[in-house]
Design a protein around this ligand. Structure first.
Ligand code: ATP
Length: 355
C-alpha cells in the first residue's frame, strides 16, 4: 500500500491571509512528512486582487476545480476597496453552500502563557468549542430591497430555519459534547423574542437532546450566554448556535482567548461528500498586512484541524502541543501577544517544537 497523499486546494486570499497561509502549510507539511504523509497543495490566486483584475472573486469554474480536493485551506478574504458583501457572497459563502459545509467548528481556548483580557481567569477556565450552523439561518440570503433611494426605501432580510438544518447541527454538537470530558452543551437561543424560528430551534434541541442522555444540555438566551462567556467562562464547554449567533459568540470567544490571531475555524461537510474548508477566523487585517507581523497561530491551528479531518488525529495533537509549547515558552510571539517576533519566526518555532 502506498503512503497517504492529500491534495489540498489553497486559497491564500488577501492581506495577512497571504502571510499566514505559507507558514501554516509549512507546519502541516513538516508534521505530515515526518509521518510519511504527502501533502500536495494546489494554490489558487482568488480574492480581492483577482476581483480587481477580472471582476470576479474567483474563477467561473472555481467550484468544479475545488470539488476533487481532499480539503480546502483558506487564508483570509477582504480588502477595503471591495465591499465585504461582495467578497463574502462571491467566495466564502458559495464554497460553504455548494459543499454543504453546514458545520462551522471553532475551538476557543486561552492557551497556557497567553494573558487574556479577563482578570483572574486562569487558562484552564477558557476551553470552549462552538458549533455554528453554517448553511441557513440569518445568513440564508433571502430577502430584498425596494424603493431604493426614496424615503420609503425598505429592506427585508429573512431568516430561514429548517428542521433538517437545525437537527443536523444539533446532532453534530451532541456528538462533540459526548466526546469531551464534561459532556456539557449550551444551546444559544432567543425564543423569547423570535417566536417562530427560535421556538423551532428549541423544540429540535429538545428532541435531539433526548437521544443523548449522557450529555447535559442547557438553553441560554444568546445575550445571557454572551455575558456568561465573560463572567463564568468555566461553565461553558460546547456551544451550538445559529449562523448569526455563532458568528458573534465566536468573535467574543476569540477575544476572551487573548487574540483574534490565535483562533482557528473549520467548515465541515461531516458526510465527506464534499471537501471541507479550514481557515483562521481572523480577516485580512489590512492595518497590519505587508509587515510580516501577523500572528500565524490561528492558521497553523486550522491546519491541525485539517489534519484531524483527514484522519490524522495524532498529527493534530502534535501540532496543537507544539503551539502550546511555543506560547507557554513566551519567547517567540507576534506583537498582538506582546512580543516582537515575525510571522515566519513563529512558524519556525512551531516546527522546532514539533519534535
Ligand atoms: P473581517 O471583517 O474580515 O473579520 P476585520 O478587519 O473586521 O475583518 P480582522 O481583519 O480579523 O477583522 O482584524 C481585526 C483586527 O485584529 C485587526 O485590526 C488586526 O490588527 C487584528 N488581527 C486580526 N488577525 C490578526 C493576526 N493574525 N495577527 C495579529 N493581529 C490580527
Amino acid at each position: 500500500m502506498g503512503q497517504p497523499r492529500h491534495r489540498i486546494a489553497v486559497i491564500p486570499g488577501d492581506g495577512i491571509g497571504q502571510e499566514v497561509t505559507p507558514v501554516a502549510l509549512a507546519v502541516v507539511d513538516a508534521v505530515a512528512r515526518r509521518a510519511g504523509i504527502t501533502i500536495e497543495p494546489v494554490t489558487h490566486p482568488w480574492g480581492c486582487d483577482y476581483y480587481r483584475d477580472t471582476g470576479r472573486m474567483m474563477a467561473a469554474d472555481a467550484l468544479d476545480r475545488l470539488r476533487d480536493s481532499d480539503a480546502i485551506f483558506l487564508g483570509a478574504i477582504g480588502h477595503p476597496s471591495v465591499p465585504d458583501h461582495v467578497s463574502v457572497w462571491e467566495l466564502i459563502l458559495p464554497i460553504r453552500q455548494r459543499f454543504e459545509q453546514y458545520v462551522n467548528l471553532r475551538p476557543m481556548r486561552l492557551m497556557p502563557g497567553v494573558s487574556g483580557p479577563l482578570a483572574n481567569v486562569p487558562a484552564a477556565d477558557i476551553d470552549m468549542i462552538c458549533l455554528r450552523e453554517n448553511s441557513e439561518g440569518e445568513y440564508a440570503g433571502v430577502g430584498g430591497r425596494v424603493h431604493r433611494g426614496t424615503p420609503d426605501e425598505t429592506a427585508v432580510q429573512t431568516g430561514v430555519f429548517t428542521r433538517r438544518g437545525i437537527e443536523r447541527i444539533v446532532r453534530y454538537a451532541c456528538e462533540v459534547a459526548r466526546s469531551r470530558p464534561r459532556r456539557l452543551l449550551a444551546s444559544a437561543t432567543k425564543s423569547n423574542a423570535l417566536q417562530h424560528s427560535m421556538v423551532l430551534w428549541d423544540d429540535v434541541v429538545d428532541e435531539v437532546a433526548a437521544e443523548y442522555p449522557d450529555v447535559t444540555v442547557r438553553k441560554y438566551h444568546v445575550d445571557a450566554l454572551a455575558a456568561r462567556m465573560v463572567t463564568h467562562p468555566r461553565t461553558i464547554d460546547v456551544i451550538v448556535a445559529s449562523n448569526l449567533f455563532g458568528d458573534i459568540l465566536t468573535d467574543l470567544g476569540a477575544a476572551v482567548s487573548g487574540s483574534l490571531g490565535v483562533a482557528p475555524g473549520a467548515n465541515l461537510n461531516p458526510e465527506r461528500r464534499h471537501p471541507s474548508m479550514f481557515e483562521p477566523i481572523h480577516g485580512s487585517a489590512p492595518d497590519i498586512a505587508g509587515r510580516g507581523i501577523a500572528n500565524p497561530i490561528g492558521a497553523i491551528w486550522a491546519g491541525a484541524l485539517m489534519l484531524d479531518h483527514l484522519g490524522h488525529r495524532d498529527l493534530h495533537d502534535r501540532v496543537v502541543t507544539a503551539i502550546e509549547r511555543v506560547l507557554a515558552d513566551g519567547r517567540v510571539r507576534t506583537p498582538d501577544l506582546g512580543g516582537q517576533a515575525t510571522t515566519a519566526d513563529v512558524g519556525r518555532a512551531v516546527v522546532d517544537a514539533l519534535s
